[in-house]
Design a protein around this ligand. Structure first.
Ligand code: ATP
Ligand code: MG
Length: 332
């Protein structure tokens, strides 16, 4: 089976609708046909200011949401990144073959460091893409299913893999991004031109998997639309309506074009009502299952330990090969 790798940062307690549609739903579908490795990437989460007790809780909560959304720990390798030290070790090696200028061109760094303030942004935020490259390359992942926002990082990963291979001999599999369709990209309900994000400024535009269903429905009913009346997808002219149609399409499996037809003669209130019902129906069981899993942290930790062991056995082999190729003296 083809190996795939993907991860989400535990940068908040609850994942959001964008993570769910853009990542978790796909991960669930991919795990039957692929050898899937899914990680809670806690080492990435410390590139932004964080609180230790919150990080610990968020990391377990994120793992629980993977499982609640259908990631099956007996089919996929599910683990916490910091449990496998090879991630940090390979990231260091990759740092040494990355150009400073090359890393400076990463748009996520530019966006996030601008938000944190250029002086406040850490060197860890700057080297984030090389840690992500290590995540992928350690597992010989051929495919990396990610949202379009991660395209540039996967490109860098490919460049680094090819560069290492040509300098030190064939070592890494050069991975390919599997970028989701545009309809899998979910936007902020209050600001539908920017993507829904855990670190978004406003709360009302963010649909959290663990929010109370009433609150979720209310946020959807107050989503920003436009002053027209027509229900059709047009990312430029009608970003709010288009976003609602994407969400409904993801949960009903009906293509956006068919939804446009079915809403002819209906108003934005009808659209919002249907979206709210679909989202609540989908998320309700995910929320309930997450809370159940968090009620038994020992069992959750046990599942994660099994995953860490499996991950480590793959990762340590790759790291040993890298250390040998690069000229480190083996410890005997
Ligand atoms: P942060 O603000 O901490 O970066 P995030 O919401 O961007 O959080 P990530 O952990 O960076 O989440 O991304 C996890 C996965 O979710 C990635 O595959 C990413 O492409 C996907 N993803 C994130 N936001 C969206 C979105 N709005 N729509 C679709 N997919 C998304
Ligand atoms: Mg992100």
């Amino acid at each position: 089976k083809t190996r795939i790798f993907s991860g989400i940062q535990p940068s908040a307690g609850s994942l959001h609708l964008g993570n769910y549609i853009g990542a978790l739903m796909q991960w669930r579908d991919l795990q039957d046909d692929y050898d899937a490795v899914y990680s809670v990437v806690d080492m990435h989460a410390i590139t932004a200011p964080q609180d230790p007790a919150e990080l610990r809780a968020n990391t377990r909560a994120t793992a629980a949401q993977y499982i609640a959304a259908g990631v099956d720990p007996s089919k996929s390798t599910l683990f916490i990144q910091s449990h496998v030290p090879a991630h940090a070790q390979l990231a260091w090696v990759l740092n040494t073959i990355t150009g400073f200028g090359e890393a400076s061109r990463m748009t996520q760094f530019k966006d996030k460091s601008a938000r944190q303030g250029a002086e406040a942004a850490s060197v860890g935020l700057f080297t984030y893409p090389m840690l992500m490259a290590a995540d992928i390359l350690l597992y010989d992942a051929q495919v990396v299913p990610v949202g379009d926002d991660q395209r540039q990082h996967v490109e860098l990963t490919r460049d680094l893999a090819a560069r290492f291979n040509s300098r030190f001999g064939d070592t890494f599999v050069v991975p390919e991004a599997r970028i989701l369709s545009e309809t899998a990209r979910i936007y902020d309900l209050q600001d539908p031109t920017s993507k829904m994000s855990k670190s978004a400024a406003s709360d009302n535009g963010l649909i959290r998997l663990l929010d109370d269903p009433k609150r979720t429905a209310k946020k959807i009913r107050s989503a920003v639309t436009d002053t027209e009346r027509e229900i059709r997808a047009d990312r430029q002219a009608k970003p709010g309506v288009t976003n609602l149609l994407s969400i409904l399409s993801a949960f009903t499996g009906t293509p956006v074009s068919a939804l446009e037809g079915s809403f002819q003669g209906k108003g934005y209130g009808d659209l919002k009502g249907e979206v709210a019902d679909a989202v609540v129906a989908e998320l309700e069981p995910v929320r309930a299952r997450t809370l159940e899993l968090l009620d038994d942290p020992a069992e959750l930790d046990r599942l994660l330990a099994v995953g860490a062991e499996r991950a480590e056995s793959i990762a340590s082999e790759t790291l040993a090969k890298v250390y040998e190729r690069i000229g480190f003296v083996p410890r005997t």
